[in-house]
Write a protein that binds this ligand. Structure first.
Ligand code: S3P
Length: 440
């Protein structure tokens, strides 16, 4: 295990109460930066997520010559319209969304670019975008299907493409490349992957329409500058939601959460499990429905999860595993093999790390099964440089008997800077400490 210097120290006990929110939506923050960079003129983005992944995207558009005025960490003006050939490679660090969507844009540019990232990003499959983009005529070189990706100028043609997996990143890469193609492109997805690209591009004047599971886009990359206020990320909200569900006596309210139906699979599943959740829509932000979620500690029952709901909660499975451990009866998850190609193999890693807390979970090729409700014991676990793993282990530790440490707090900042502060704000005993010092 690589010892990260910083970790979370977690103590169980107490109840979670109060009203809070979480940082801006990561998917929208990546897109807002990339799409306004393509648009002629000034676009103002408020509530932007400043996190490891999204800062890498912002840095990349700046390397492409786009001027960014930073009013504060979360408020930016992007002056888009023209890209210049970057002097160095575009470094997307750990961001899968960053590299896949930006490749879709780079294939349409009249200059060569190289897109790369950390060792972790270099292990993530890129053939899923390379193959359809090559069908469109893109010139992409890779290292056996992995980053770094070298993109050379090429004329793009329209395609009809049926995606083999439900992935918003793949869908978005094709839709973006299609803006530079010679006719109408159609992308058919096997399931309802998040539709932020479609919503944001159409708000910026792109000619894009949906018919069932197929999205059609007409070329013409002159997007109109637009102002966006990014709502809070439901994938980050999932951690306090889970904590309140499993810590006895809890009652919390989360405000301004993005409730786009392609992202709310977890809420649907939790309601079916008997969760005491009240979801109230309050309006629209950046073309997305937003609202308030009240969560109270609940007696949950196990559930079978599979099919179309999987993609609507794809990032929530690590924390869902923790919730399921605390539900009465059997939980079975199927059709979720995509979890194996996220920042880590999230099925294998969660099963192994939760075992350190005493959990018994059976891993299957496309999911897992377990019998709840299990009692957990305090332990030292490891986040594997995967934000959602680290934060899920913190929440699991809140109901373990005794003190726990989660090695690797840094990675939580890839999507949820201030995670420990938000958890402490609702009463959880979570702190970031120097684990090396703690061990002495
Ligand atoms: C994302 C799509 C999902 C998700 C990721 C963000 C996006 O990935 O897991 O965290 O913003 O488009 P896939 O498209 O690979 O499923």
């Amino acid at each position: 295990m690589t010892a990260a210097k910083d970790g979370f120290r977690v103590l169980p006990g107490g109840t979670l109460t109060g009203t809070t929110t979480v940082p801006g939506d990561k998917s929208l923050s990546h897109r807002a930066v990339m799409f306004t960079a393509l648009a002629q003129g000034a676009s103002r983005i408020k509530g932007w997520l400043s996190a490891g992944d999204t800062e890498a995207t912002l840095d990349s558009v700046q390397r492409l010559g786009v001027r960014v005025e930073r009013h504060s960490r979360h408020n930016l003006t992007i002056y888009g319209g023209t890209f210049v050939k970057p002097e160095r490679e575009l470094n997307l660090v750990n961001a899968g969304t960053g590299i896949r969507l930006l490749t879709g844009i780079m294939v349409g540019q009249p200059f060569e670019s190289v897109l790369d990232g950390t060792e972790q990003l270099r292990r993530r499959p890129m053939n899923r975008i390379i193959q359809p983009l090559r069908l469109m005529g893109a010139n992409i070189e890779s290292v056996n299907g992995y980053a770094p990706l070298t993109v050379k100028p090429a004329a793009l043609k329209a395609v009809r493409y049926s995606m083999p997996m439900a992935s918003a990143q793949v869908k978005s890469a094709i839709l973006l490349a299609a803006l530079f193609a010679d006719g109408e492109t159609a992308v058919t997805q096997p399931g309802p992957a998040r539709d932020h690209t479609e919503r944001m591009l159409s708000a910026m004047g792109a000619r894009i329409r949906e018919d069932g599971n197929t999205v059609y886009v007409q070329p013409g990359h002159t997007l109109t500058a637009a102002d966006f206020t990014v709502p809070a990320d439901i994938s980050s909200a999932a951690f306090p939601i889970a904590a309140a569900l499993i810590v006895p006596g809890s009652d919390i309210t989360l405000t301004n959460i993005n409730l786009n139906p392609t992202r709310t699979g977890l809420l649907d599943v939790l309601l079916e499990m008997g969760a005491d959740l009240t979801v109230t829509e309050t309006g629209l932000e950046a073309g997305e429905p937003v609202g308030t979620i009240r969560v109270r500690h609940s007696a949950l029952k196990g559930i079978r999860v599979g099919g179309d709901v999987v993609v609507r909660m794809i990032d929530e499975f690590p924390i869902f595993m923790v919730i399921a451990l605390n539900a009465e009866g059997e939980t079975l998850v199927q059709d979720a093999s995509e979890l194996r190609v996220k920042e880590t193999d999230r099925l294998a890693v969660m099963v192994a790390e939760l075992a350190k807390l005493g959990a018994v979970i059976t891993e299957t090729p496309d999911g897992f099964s377990l019998k709840g409700a299990q009692s957990l014991k305090g332990a030292v676990t490891y986040g594997h440089d995967d934000h959602r793993i680290s934060m899920s282990l913190v929440v699991a530790s809140l109901v373990a008997k005794g003190e726990s440490f989660v090695n690797d707090a840094r990675c939580a900042g890839d999507s949820f800077p201030g995670f420990a502060d938000v958890m402490r704000g609702i009463g959880a005993d979570v702190s970031v400490i120097d684990l090396q010092e703690a061990a002495q």
